[in-house]
Design a protein around this ligand. Structure first.
Ligand SMILES: Nc1nc2c(ncn2[C@@H]2O[C@H](COP(=O)(O)OP(=O)(O)OP(=O)(O)O)[C@@H](O)[C@H]2O)c(=O)[nH]1
Ligand SMILES: [Zn+2]
Length: 351
């Protein structure tokens, strides 16, 4: 570690603050969390650190502990200690598995979630919608990236199909992940102070895109690693990449296991929920009920059956999760019933 930290350097690890910490503390970003402690990046190098005692207190909300993506203030020492977690600008989280209900922070301070899908056999609007619903409420902006533009004749139709289906304003980019000129369109999401994560199924082209984004710098680092004992540096190497465009790309294993938590709003389907408000019966099951606005929209081709099915699937999953969440909260409170996140609607005909 050098003496003075530069704000310029911190911008390249995604920091957007104005004032450096006082009292001899330094600023760094959490890039990985292990049982044995944290791995931090200070804009220059990666090093290990321990949380200060107050983070280990029993009963502390786990969300208050340092998490991947956090900017933390550290006190020097061997090892250095994390004393403060700076306020988060965004939080990607999920309900943690386990006996007690807990929210687990997957990554903090992520500005853009790049949802990567191939225009080939990987193409699935339903899966894209699922990823988009995961970012709802996080503060991070989702960006849909379609790879393999060079490979598929039907690329234009698929892109158009998606544009018509997703909420207006969702950025969609079709690219060839191997071509730097094509990938350059994504640089707007990776400027100094920006942090992006890349999600998508295996084979979608995440590594290919990452390599192209990194350009020659990544290749240089890659060849160094090849002479290294592989594995040992892998986490460090992958966890936070400083991009030539000035921003950074964070790669955390947690991002690949995102699940719906029961708290999503499904804002993405606001039009369907508005449509259902027009059914004759307030508790319409949208099956064979008379006066069902959803069936009418399906019949008229205004609503696509595929999108309707995906909405139902995500809604059921959300309700299942919400029930689980409620029973966990009740157990935690010792048997007292909780307010239901999504209560049943009254069975009555509308006026
Ligand atoms: N032609 C073409 N091929 C691509 C493109 N993007 C990825 N590929 C190819 O698709 C295959 C899978 O790409 P990867 O980058 O390894 O995919 P990944 O998402 O990192 O996959 P995992 O590591 O399994 O998660 C490779 O053979 C790439 O060369 C693209 O835009 N155009
Ligand atoms: Zn209905």
């Amino acid at each position: 570690m050098t003496d003075a930290q530069s704000i310029e350097q911190l911008r390249h690890i995604g920091w957007r603050g104005q004032a450096l910490p006082a009292d001899g503390r330094r600023l760094a970003r959490v890039v990985a969390q292990h049982r044995a402690g944290y791995e931090l990046h200070d804009g220059e190098q990666v090093f290990g650190a321990q949380p200060a005692g107050h983070f280990l207190k029993r009963g502390l909300d786990p969300a208050e502990r340092p998490a991947v993506g956090d900017f933390v203030e550290i006190e020097p020492g061997k090892p250095p200690h994390i004393v403060i977690v700076q306020p988060r600008r965004t939080v990607l989280s999920r309900a943690a598995a386990g006996e007690r209900y807990e929210r687990q922070v997957i990554a903090a301070n992520i500005d853009y979630v790049l949802v990567l899908t191939g225009l080939d056999g990987d193409f699935s609007p339903a899966r894209i919608e699922r990823y988009l619903s995961l970012t709802e409420g996080s503060g991070a902006q989702p960006v849909v990236v379609l790879s393999k533009l060079d490979q598929r004749a039907e690329a234009a139709e698929r892109t158009a199909e998606l544009r018509a289906r997703l909420p207006a304003g969702t950025p969609i980019h079709a690219i060839n992940g191997k071509d730097p000129a094509s990938v350059a369109a994504l640089a707007v999401y990776m400027q100094p102070g920006d942090s992006a994560v890349l999600v998508g199924s295996s084979g979608a082209g995440k590594s290919t895109l990452t390599n192209t984004l990194m350009g020659s710098e990544r290749m240089a680092t890659g060849s160094v690693r090849d002479h290294d004992s592989r594995g040992r540096h892998t986490t460090t190497y992958r966890a936070l990449l400083q991009l030539p465009s000035g921003g950074c790309l964070i790669d955390t294993p947690g991002m690949r296991e995102l699940k719906l938590t029961g708290e999503e709003n499904l804002d993405l389907f606001a039009d369907i929920e508005a449509l259902a408000e027009n059914c004759r019966f307030a508790d319409c099951g949208h099956g064979s009920e008379p006066g069902c606005a959803v069936q009418e929209a399906l019949d008229e081709g205004v609503l696509s059956p595929e999108r309707w099915r995906n909405y139902l699937k995500l809604r059921d999953e959300r309700e299942e999760q919400a029930t689980l969440l409620e029973s966990r909260l009740r157990r935690q409170r010792g048997g007292r019933p909780a307010a239901k996140p999504h209560g049943p609607r009254g069975s009555r005909e509308r006026e």
